[in-house]
Ligand binder design. Structure first.
Ligand code: FAD
Length: 537
């Protein structure tokens, strides 16, 4: 069944719900590739800032403290739609250079080649080039790869692997690099194996990872937002879409979005969607209900969906059987919560010590994980400065805990109940840098962030839990974000949100430009061979 007749770009009005990268990308593709007049594009965002999960900046939590909830590892092979988008967006500091070109130049200069990926309880750096897989593990990986997704259904990763697999260096690195837990979706792990197979031989150095010059708010979101506003896009902050009406024609099976219900700072508004109106909804958010803590307090864990990141999808999902099942993703906070932290340091004492210890200058390392630590701590030290407005002699880095209900090895309480200073103390002691502990505590602001849904996108899912980007019969609405179904692609990537946006805009406006195909390393014998060598190392 054809979804719809193609929209006339000149007459169309685009109502984009959610001003994260998914919604912003949809607006950009509509302008650049579909030639929709920018002033006909309206982004309704409930927060007062663009970018959704891709945040970065000063925190009101403390004076002179900076924070990102997460940091993004990107690659050349997997992020084709993202790079396509940012090849048209001028970079933060030089209008003649695109964000894409800036990233290329930055990564040519500062190459990732981590020397300390796994650290044990005695502060030893492990030789992580040995992945430690047995023949049984290899056979189990092959079995998963050979299983069709329909057959895997909602099964967990640990249903496919022997317990010893989870003690291998391979799993220790794969797990923290991509944020998998063994109770997550086996179907998603399978997609990751296929999508990132080219990373297998370099998983111990993460040499394939590409980074932005600054954090992704400064390097990607701010330039994109500036470009959209310069083009004339109508961005409405503080606008929360609470509901939408849909109509359907039983004879043709055509469906239309007919009305949006919006809560604004001044009250409420109803937007009637007419013949030329297209509504694009971002569903769910892994950073909904994030809460912050500082040096001396603990971030609250919100369990009852106080923000609205999930509410709209919950409401919409009751209107049609194929609008997905949000509960499958938000329903188990304990399986998906994690806590990240950003250190803002006056002086480089700690940074210098990390450089001496790892042999990696800032920006050239990657995730280093204390895989035996109670809280399962990992950190990444980015190139400095990581924020465009960071004052001199101020340095930052980011980390996260994966087992936040477990007891720390030095701070004898769960990470989720530890203050920022306690988390910093645990980190310093995990490294064996006790001699600088007092100095570092006195000169560091720790900003902690509790994210109840950080890995909700890896929840065990089955067919129908995620709606299609353009549901069957849709004449004028699409769904975007991390909780829609895009064949073969992988969630927990910015690429997924951007690819969905590209698909929706290209389809509705009949854009003939090709959407980059999903890279499949297995089609390249060299990549396949190298991956095979790595799993036998
Ligand atoms: P979001 O960023 O969640 O944005 C959704 C927006 O919609 C929000 O601004 C929200 O306020 C708004 N909204 C929701 N409902 C409504 C409503 N009803 N009305 C109005 N507005 C609404 N990706 C990578 O590629 N590589 C990585 O290494 C990586 N690491 C990560 C680490 C962490 C800790 C985190 C949190 C994410 C990471 N990601 C990574 C994932 C990536 O950042 C996200 O997948 C991506 O930013 C999601 O974008 P989005 O626009 O789909 O959703």
């Amino acid at each position: 069944m054809p979804n719809k007749t193609t929209f006339d770009a000149k007459q169309a009005h685009l109502w984009i719900i959610g001003g994260g990268i998914a919604g912003m990308a949809a607006a950009a593709f509509a302008i650049r590739d579909a030639k929709v007049p920018a002033h006909n594009i309206h982004i309704l965002e409930e927060l007062n800032i663009a970018g959704g999960s891709m945040d970065g900046g000063e925190t009101p939590q403390a004076a002179h403290a900076w924070v990102t909830r997460g940091g993004r590892m990107l690659t050349d092979e997997t992020y084709l739609c993202l790079w396509d988008l940012f090849s048209s967006i001028p970079s933060l500091e030089n209008p003649d250079v695109s964000v894409r070109e800036e990233c290329r130049a930055f990564n040519a200069e500062i190459k990732t080649h981590a020397r300390a990926r796994l650290i044990d309880a005695e502060h030893h750096i492990l030789d992580a080039s040995k992945l430690g897989l047995s023949n049984l593990h290899r056979a189990q990986m092959l079995r998963l790869l050979a299983s069709k997704e329909e057959r895997i259904g909602s099964r967990r990763i640990d249903e496919f692997f022997d317990d010893s697999f989870f003690q291998s260096n391979f799993w220790r690195m794969w797990r923290t690099t991509f944020a998998f837990q063994k109770w997550h979706s086996a179907a998603e792990l399978r997609r990751y194996f296929l999508r990132f197979i080219q990373e297998l031989p370099r998983i111990h150095t993460l040499a394939g990872v590409k980074r932005t010059k600054y954090n992704q708010y400064d390097s990607m979101i701010y330039p994109l937002q500036r470009w959209l506003v310069e083009q004339g896009v109508d961005v409405r902050f503080g606008h929360y879409v609470t509901d939408a009406d849909f109509s359907s024609d039983e004879s043709t099976q055509e469906r239309r979005a007919t009305k949006l219900y919006v809560k604004l700072p001044e009250g409420k508004e109803e937007i009637d969607l007419k013949q030329h109106d297209l509504a694009i909804f971002t569903l769910g958010s892994i950073t909904a209900d994030s809460r912050y803590g500082g040096n001396h307090d603990v971030p609250e864990l919100i369990r009852d969906r106080q923000d609205h990141g999930w509410r709209l999808w919950e409401t919409l999902s009751k209107k049609a059987a194929d609008f997905g099942r949000p509960m499958s993703f938000y329903g188990n906070v304990d399986e998906h919560k994690w806590e990240s932290f950003t250190l803002t340091m006056q002086g480089d004492v700690l940074l210098k010590r990390i450089v001496d210890y790892t042999g990696n200058e800032p920006g050239t390392g990657a995730l280093m994980t204390w895989f035996e630590s109670g809280w399962h701590l990992s950190i990444v030290v980015p190139a400095q400065p990581h924020f465009a407005n960071l004052p001199d002699n101020t340095f930052t880095f980011w980390g996260y805990g994966f087992e936040i209900d477990h007891i720390g090895d030095y701070i004898k309480k769960p990470m989720s109940q530890a203050t920022g200073q306690e988390i910093l103390t645990e980190l310093i002691k995990q490294r064996g840098f006790d001699d600088i502990l007092e100095h570092v505590l006195a000169n560091t602001e720790v900003t902690t962030v509790m994210m109840p849904y950080a890995s909700a996108l890896f929840a065990c899912r089955k067919s129908g839990d995620r709606p299609l980007v353009i549901p069957k019969g849709s004449q004028n609405f699409a769904f975007l974000g991390q909780f829609v179904e895009i064949e073969d692609d992988v969630v927990f990537t910015v690429e997924y949100s951007v690819r969905g946006a590209m698909q929706a805009i290209y389809e509705f406006f009949g854009v003939t430009r090709d959407i980059p195909e999903i890279y499949n390393g297995l089609l390249d014998p060299k990549v396949g061979l190298k991956a095979l060598e790595a799993v036998f190392h």
